[in-house]
Design a protein around this ligand. Structure first.
Ligand code: APR
Length: 236
């Protein structure tokens, strides 16, 4: 068995890790998808049909993320990565992992802090408020969009993510409902590659059966407890 502090840990987080920071999840009864149809605000077709609506949706989420604070779960993962080789993959587009002390965060669905030109592919830091009249700083086309991966688009960094899943000794999914692929397939892939899989969530998810271990409760408590246990075992 590998020396414990060299155990490679791959973590996938979802909206549930930011819920206690006050950011809305997607599929809860008060979720974001209760107020907006996904096809209207989170697809290239929705953006083409009504860019002002889509930019307004992300402006609101960017403003909410700006005032939210990282919680104990974000901070615990930063402590874990100081002691173990951790690959932190998130479906979240907020920057609470970074503000909670994590540096190498793999944003597979993009980030609210990024802007992208739909015309030339140029990327730059997103302004607080984006509008359809904005022009790309590089090609000047009026085609600026949030650097977010919409439904029907390919998630970012998948090569690196599959590699991290296949080489993990431990794979943990935190606060994700397991309803969106390819993220929802990572646990099964990790288990097949020999990782110990653990799901940390308030409730069962659509892929709970893919996990060997389940830690049920609010992320701020169960993630903190899980990290303390791992650090304790490593004599940290
Ligand atoms: N602590 C832990 N887990 C929580 C908490 C909490 N305080 N609150 C909610 N959860 C869990 C819920 O039980 C649920 O399993 O977080 C999960 C949230 O699920 P979703 O709202 O579906 O969010 P997520 O899984 O991140 O969605 C994945 O879908 O809409 C797309 O691109 C979007 O990245 C998003 C993707």
């Amino acid at each position: 068995m590998r020396e414990i502090s060299t155990l490679r840990i791959t973590i996938l987080t979802g909206a549930g890790i930011s819920a206690e920071s006050g950011l809305r999840t997607f599929r809860a009864s008060d979720g974001l998808w209760e107020d907006h149809r996904i096809e209207d605000v989170a697809t290239p077709q929705g953006f083409a049909a009504d860019p002002a609506l889509v930019l307004r949706f992300y402006n609101e989420r960017r403003a909410a993320a700006r005032v939210a604070q990282p919680n104990a779960a974000h901070r615990a993962l930063a402590r874990l990565a100081a002691r173990f080789p951790v690959t932190l993959v998130t479906q979240n587009v907020d920057d609470l992992h970074e503000r909670g002390g994590s540096d190498e965060v793999v944003h597979m669905h993009g980030s609210l802090t990024g802007a992208l030109c739909a015309e030339c592919g140029h990327r730059w830091p997103a302004p607080a408020v984006m509008s359809p009249a904005d022009r790309c700083p590089s090609c000047a086309a009026p085609a600026t969009r949030p650097d977010i991966v919409w439904f029907g688009e390919i998630p970012y960094h998948m090569e690196r993510i599959w590699q991290a899943v296949e080489s993990a000794d431990i794979f943990a999914a935190i606060g994700t409902s397991g309803q969106v692929y390819p993220a929802a397939a990572l646990a099964q892939h990790a288990a097949r590659a020999g990782a110990h899989t653990v799901e940390l969530n308030l409730a069962a998810s659509a892929v709970s059966h893919d996990f060997a271990e389940h830690l049920q409760g609010p992320a701020s408590q169960v993630v903190d407890g899980w990290v303390r246990r791992l650090l304790g075992d490593a004599g940290a």
